[in-house]
Design a protein around this ligand. Structure first.
Ligand code: S3P
Length: 166
């Protein structure tokens, strides 16, 4: 089984994927990590050197690869928004879980993490990022087989909720 986690940056996809991976003894793949490993660059360095458009092409190529086989896949916040990726997700018949976080949760987490590692946060600022979140919400909802609200829950609780649903 391949369980895919989608949601906005800061919604906890990577952390929850680790929990699920341990609980279900399935390998974990993080799409951003895969991109960094293949490119030999951090995400911010890749954005700076090649721009977002090239980043999205690499992301799409590696998404196809990452969706094969068993495991837990955490995606980037923008992965489900790309038209080509939507077609890929729509033909994928395994669970796609949307981790839905409130604006306040995202705001708190991104502010606590700072700008490091998130070029879009750096570019758009807090207000722009909350607008982006709003614009992406319908897309996350439409692709998800299940939606889990994450506010006030621990990664373990969220992982357990996902296990109970699938
Ligand atoms: C992005 C989210 C990031 C990363 C890149 C673009 C986005 O992943 O893929 O910076 O478009 O929302 P996280 O959601 O893991 O931060």
């Amino acid at each position: 089984m391949k369980i895919t986690l989608i949601g906005f940056m800061g919604s906890g996809k990577t952390t929850v994927a680790k929990e699920l991976s341990q609980a279900l003894s399935l390998p974990q793949v993080d799409l951003d990590q895969l991109i960094e490993d293949r490119a030999g660059l951090s995400i911010p360095a890749y954005f700076q050197q090649f721009g977002e458009e090239r980043f999205r092409l690499l992301e799409q190529e590696l998404l196809v690869e990452a969706l094969t086989g068993d495991g837990i896949l955490s995606t980037g916040g923008g992965t489900p928004v790309q038209a080509a990726n939507q077609a890929i997700f729509q033909s994928h018949t395994q669970p796609i879980i949307f981790l839905d976080a409130s604006n306040a949760t995202i705001q708190d987490r991104l502010t606590a993490d700072g700008l490091a590692g998130r070029p879009l946060f750096e570019k758009l600022g807090l207000e722009g990022i909350i607008n982006l979140k709003h614009n992406r919400q319908a897309c996350y909802e439409s692709l998800a087989s299940d939606v889990i609200t994450v506010d006030g829950k621990t990664p373990q609780e969220i992982a357990q909720e996902i296990i109970n649903k699938i």
